[in-house]
Design a protein around this ligand. Structure first.
Ligand SMILES: [Zn+2]
Length: 276
C-alpha cells in the first residue's frame, strides 16, 4: 500500500514511559550486561484535526500472544470505533473466533504486522527488557515475513505497518524493515503501560488522548485490570466526540515531520510488555 512518511510525524524519540510486564518476561531477571543500548523507540502522531474540530485519534492495539480481551473488542464493535490491530503469528494461530469477528468488520479494523513470534526486531545479539532479540538481519526478516505469512493465512490483506515486540529497534533493522515495504508504527500515548496499568490508570490515560495522538494498548490480556480501563477510556473519548482513524486512514490527512534519531537506553520502562 502506498503510504509515505511525510504524512506522519515520526520521530525516534523515547515514547512515554510504561512499565515492563515482569510476569510476562521469559526469564526471572533481566541481565543488565546483555541489555542493548542505542536502540530507538519511534514516536508517531497523526495530523491534528485542528482547533474547533473534534480531536483526531488513532487507536492501536497489540495482540502479542494469548487470548482476546472482549471488554475492548466489544466496545469497539458496539460503538463503531475504528482501530488498528497489530497481530503476531502466534496470536492468530490461537484466536480463530476473533479473526472471524475482525473479518466481519473490515470497515472498523485494520490488521497490521506484529511479527511471527514476538521477538524484538533488533539485528544484533542481546536482550531488550530481558527478551532475546532476533539477533541477526536474517532473523529480523524472518520475524517480519513470518508475521505476514500468518496474516495472509488468516485471510487479511497484506499489512503496510510493522510494530516489533517491545517497540524498540536497532536503526539498521528499522531501515531493513522499511526496505521490505513497511512503515514502522510508533505511538505517542501509552494507554496501558504494557497491560500493567490499573483500571483507573488505563482509563485516565486513554481518556487523556489529545488531537493527533496515536494510542498504544493491548487487546490480548482479558485477565488483567487494564483492559477494563481501556474500554472505559474508549467510551469517554467517544462521548467527547473524538474522530477515530486507523493509521492508514490517517495517512491521507496527517502532517509531515522528519525523524530525529534519539538513541534510547533499553533500561527505561517499557510501553510494551515483553511477552504478553
Ligand atoms: Zn506485543
Amino acid at each position: 500500500m502506498a503510504i509515505t512518511r511525510r504524512f506522519f510525524c515520526l520521530c525516534l524519540a523515547c515514547a512515554p514511559a510504561g512499565r515492563l510486564d515482569a510476569q510476562d518476561a521469559p526469564s526471572p531477571a533481566i541481565q543488565p550486561a546483555r541489555e542493548l543500548h542505542g536502540l530507538v523507540e519511534p514516536s508517531l502522531h497523526v495530523a491534528k484535526a485542528g482547533s474547533g474540530k473534534p480531536p483526531r485519534v488513532a487507536l492501536t492495539f497489540d495482540a502479542c500472544s494469548g487470548a482476546t480481551d472482549r471488554r475492548i473488542l466489544d466496545v469497539l464493535m458496539a460503538e463503531e470505533i475504528p482501530a488498528t490491530l497489530f497481530v503476531t503469528g502466534r496470536w492468530l494461530n490461537k484466536n480463530a473466533e476473533t479473526i472471524a469477528l475482525l473479518k466481519s468488520r473490515p470497515d472498523l479494523f485494520a490488521i497490521e504486522n506484529h511479527g511471527l513470534n514476538h521477538i524484538p526486531a533488533v539485528d544484533r545479539p542481546g536482550t531488550v527488557y530481558g527478551i532475546e532479540t532476533a539477533g541477526t538481519p536474517q532473523a529480523v526478516a524472518k520475524e517480519v515475513e513470518g508475521g505476514e505469512t500468518w496474516i495472509a493465512k488468516a485471510g487479511f490483506a497484506r499489512s503496510g505497518w510493522f510494530r516489533g515486540a517491545t517497540a524498540r529497534y536497532s536503526i539498521s533493522a528499522m531501515t531493513a524493515i522499511e526496505a521490505m515495504g513497511y512503515r514502522i508504527a510508533g505511538y505517542s500515548l501509552n494507554g496501558d503501560q504494557g497491560a500493567t496499568a490499573s483500571t483507573r490508570a488505563a482509563a485516565t490515560r486513554v481518556t487523556g488522548a489529545r488531537d493527533g495522538d496515536v494510542v498504544i494498548a493491548h487487546i490480548n490480556h482479558p485477565e488483567k485490570p487494564a483492559g477494563a480501563g481501556i474500554a472505559e477510556g474508549l467510551l469517554a473519548l467517544k462521548r467527547k466526540g473524538v474522530t477515530f482513524v486507523t493509521l492508514d486512514e490517517a495517512a491521507a490527512n496527517a502532517a509531515a515531520s522528519a525523524p530525529t534519531p534519539a538513541p534510547t537506553p533499553a533500561t527505561t520502562p517499557a510501553a510494551h510488555p515483553a511477552k504478553p
